[in-house]
Design a protein around this ligand. Structure first.
Ligand SMILES: NC(=O)C[C@H](N)C(=O)O
Length: 487
């Protein structure tokens, strides 16, 4: 599929459309369609037009610009934007205006990106449907009776509904890949440490990564190349020190080994399985070799993830106390009561559940039984992936065992919802990169996604494999919803 970023950049460079016209198209479409899908929680129309004006000036003066210059885009509402309200879609952060920018936003501003607004998400990124947002969930542009997914549901809803060309989300246990899969998009979760998280509001710091949600693989590669830079402000960040991913997309994949671990397919829906089997055939026709193996330790992924992520969340979210910023309860008699009431009133139900779970697994007496055991098993999973990459170049797996949930599905049973993260959490545990791409539809027309998982810093390889599939499978598996800006 043609890169949307390159196409629009070309139109602006050749003066067929100005950046102000393009941006206005998106703002008009947002005005008309955002109420249908609730993707944006904070549109930034004025700032967008200012940025667009500056881009038009630079184009007129002949300045050489990056392909991302003038491209209308969005940021998940947990990415700090100086002077622009950043809420994590939580009542406790309503009215919070960061005094500094996330590094990714600094980089994109330097590249003359045009921010259309901040998008919806599950509260503090905790959820798989976007429905834990204090603004109500973002809807799936392919079927408004279904969710966009989560937690970066607003980014996926906006890009899938043609209300942004691309967006940045964050992925702790699937939050970029799962909504991308639900909305028929490409979602890249980079290697832990490839992209700076400075200014990303923390959920679970040993898992969180920022990455793009886009309509095509080439777009994902272009955005990844722009943001994967070393940043001294994030001690876990080294950036991508290898070749740009966008330069490897057209490499032949003949002879590449694709690993299939049967555990990834346990309990997935038949139509999802069928779509992936078809994709495997496409890969075989491109000359790739399929290797099958077992990864029995994958079964520990869910408990390991939910124990460690909740433990880290309980610590990270300790900072919301009503003292320094964010919401403060209006009625209290002393400091303790103020903190207690602020947190009880400010956090939603799912966030409270995870803080309680995390505090429990870290408390004396339970630490060894849960937290320590989970840390040890994390090592086992890291090793299982290292062994797997002795046998193959990439692992192919479903992104989610099903397609987008109907509305309110996740409200019914928290544990059942956690289980739907079964295919996405393993790479976060091991710190690996993975890209989700569309590979078909279910019987009702909802998109199905599959993921390609690579070894650390192998983004060029997984994006090359994804791009080759995308080109061979054609537009039929890459749906565009009938709303927003028609390109
Ligand atoms: N944040 C994420 O990556 C989403 C995951 N479902 C979670 O709730 O933890």
């Amino acid at each position: 599929m043609e890169s949307q970023i390159k196409k629009l950049s070309g139109l602006m460079q050749s003066r067929q459309i100005s950046c102000q016209e393009l941006t206005q198209n998106y703002l008009d479409a947002m005005e008309r369609d955002n109420k249908k899908i609730n993707a944006y929680v904070n549109p930034t129309a004025e700032l967008a037009m200012e940025a667009a004006k500056a881009v038009d000036k630079k184009i007129a003066s002949g300045e050489e610009l990056s392909p991302l210059a003038g491209i209308p885009m969005t940021l998940k509402d947990n990415i700090s934007t100086k002077g622009i309200e950043t809420t994590c879609c939580s009542n406790i952060l309503k009215g919070y205006y960061p005094i500094y920018n996330a590094t990714v936003w600094e980089i994109l501003q330097q590249q003359n990106a045009v921010l259309l607004g901040k998008t919806n998400m599950d509260e503090f990124a905790m959820g798989s449907s976007c429905e834990t947002s204090c603004f109500g969930g973002a809807l799936n542009p392919h079927d408004l009776s279904h969710v966009a997914g989560g937690s970066s549901g607003g980014v996926a809803s906006a890009v899938g509904g043609n209300l942004a060309v691309y967006g940045l989300g964050s992925d702790t246990g699937g939050s970029i890949r799962q909504p991308a899969s639900f909305c028929g998009l490409v979602g890249l979760k980079p290697t832990y440490g490839a992209v700076s998280r400075y200014g990303l509001i923390a959920y679970a710091s040993s898992f969180d990564q920022i990455g793009p949600i886009t309509a095509t693989v080439e777009d994902a590669a272009l955005v990844y190349d722009a943001i994967s830079r070393y940043d001294e402000k994030d001690s876990t960040c080294r950036g991508n020190t290898g070749k740009p991913a966008s330069e490897s997309l057209n490499n032949s994949i003949k002879g590449k080994k694709i690993g299939i671990a049967k555990e990834y397919f346990d309990g997935i829906r038949d139509d999802v399985n069928d779509a992936i089997q078809n994709a495997i055939k496409v890969y075989e026709s491109l000359g790739a070799q399929i290797v099958y193996f077992d990864m029995p330790s994958l079964k520990y992924s869910l408990p390991v993830y939910y124990i460690l992520a909740c433990a880290e969340a309980s610590s990270n979210l300790g900072r919301y106390d009503g003292i320094r910023y964010g919401y403060r309860t209006p009625h209290y008699s002393d400091r303790n009561e103020m903190i207690c009431k602020t947190r009880s009133e400010g956090f939603g139900k799912e966030v409270k559940r995870r803080i309680l779970l995390g505090t429990y697994v870290l408390s004396a007496g339970y630490y060894d039984a849960y937290y320590k055991k989970a840390q040890n098993l994390r090592g086992t999973l890291v090793k299982a992936f290292q062994d797997a990459f002795q046998k193959c170049d990439v692992i192919l797996a479903p992104t989610v065992p099903m397609t987008a949930f109907p509305l309110n599905f996740t409200a019914q049973d928290a544990v059942e919802t956690y289980q739907t993260d079964i295919c996405t959490v393993p790479v976060n545990i091991a710190g690996l990169p993975a890209v989700s791409i569309p590979c078909g539809f279910d019987g009702t027309g909802l998109p199905i996604g599959m993921q390609l998982i690579g070894n650390s810093f192998s983004e060029p390889t997984i994006l090359n494999m994804a791009h080759q599939y995308e080109s061979a499978a054609g537009n039929s598996v890459f749906p565009r919803a009938d709303m927003g800006v028609k390109l």
